[in-house]
Design a protein around this ligand. Sequence first.
Ligand code: KE4
Length: 427
Amino acid sequence: MKTSRSAKLFADAQQLIPGGVNSPVRAFRSVGGQPRFIKRAKGARLYDVDGNTYLDYVLSWGPMILGHANPAVTRVIKKAADNGTSYGAPTELEVTLARMIRDAFPSMEKVRLVSSGTEAVMSAIRVARGFTKRDNILKFEGCYHGHSDYLLAKAGSGLATLGIPDSPGVPEDFAKHTLTAPYNDIEAVRKIIAGQRRNLACIILEPIAGNMGVVPPAPEFLSGLRRLTEENDILLVFDEVISGFRVGFGGAQGLYGIKPDLTILGKIIGGGLPVGAYGGRKEIMDLIAPSGPVYQAGTLSGNPLAVSAGIETLKQLKKKGVYKKLETLSAALAKGIGEAAKKAGIPLTQTRVGSMLTSFFVSGPVTDWNTVKQSDTKRYGQFFHKMLEQGVYLAPSQFEAAFLSTAHTFQDIEKTIRAAHSAFKSL
Ligand code: KE4
């Protein structure tokens, strides 16, 4: 496979951009080799600068659920651009998108649009602290909620100790208000709450973890968290940046029937353009400026170009049979990959919720960060490159989700499974 143009561009990029990329995971550091520079994309395919074609299971890390350059979405973006891309003034489009989000996520009684998932998480935590007048928050190991300072914190020495920075540049003072617990461990949460008494503002989690690879919630985990938070006046915050409109039109909260106090969305609601959102109970959201004292603002928040792409994407997703098709395709892919690994005698643990899935190179079961980190990341890297050489573009990290789109076909799934048989055999 010719990759000389990508190689040249990567060399140039590294002179100008940290690591040659504008987001770390794109640099292929955890799988080795050099990233492919993409020239264009259409449907389920990426086309790189050396003329190679790839079946895409990254889909921009989730947003492109309708596939790349979906004709209807592209049409509305072009039309919106002709009307001007951003006014810094309210528009009807924002009301439409906020209403679509609230109708799909009834727990989001009021919604604020921002420009990224990180910004939405940062703002939701701020209003949770403002509403409860408490400083500490609890997150789960292996869950990622964007790169705001206090969410780049990791567990201190013991479970109940306060967090410590997980990145240089994050002051101890910021990280110490962030506690962490193992995902799916409701007893650990109970113990932390008992020790925290009335200092905990909120518990934030991915209701279906996607950032350690896909780890579904254990039965009763989400309902247990809902009960514990209600009993202790702690807000429950669902970060559905990945799962929102991915695992169903109502996200994970719709799938599992749990009503959080605040929800964060991103990715899919922008249809490939920068949109994030946070929302929840009216009495919490009304604390946000200008209706209340909790400040949050953004120059391009709710801009008509991005919002138009989001509205059209949700309109497409609302059509009958969309999620059934995604489910059927995803189940067939998972089954085929599992069979290929078994035939090659490769230990593999597969996880999947709807069209977000992961194949862990470990015997399993996987329930939290401690279990997924036992995966053979070296072998995953070899598998990744064997698939890439055959024109299948998986996540360049064992600890990410693979995604499908409505543009994927059964022929694509069969091609992928054939590639997997060949890749597993070569490991
Ligand atoms: P952004 O700021 O990247 O829009 O969203 C941050 C974020 C928040 N919450 C969850 C659950 C997320 O998954 C993310 C971002 N996800 C990563 C990959 N899983 C984006 C890819 C990247 O960082 O390049």
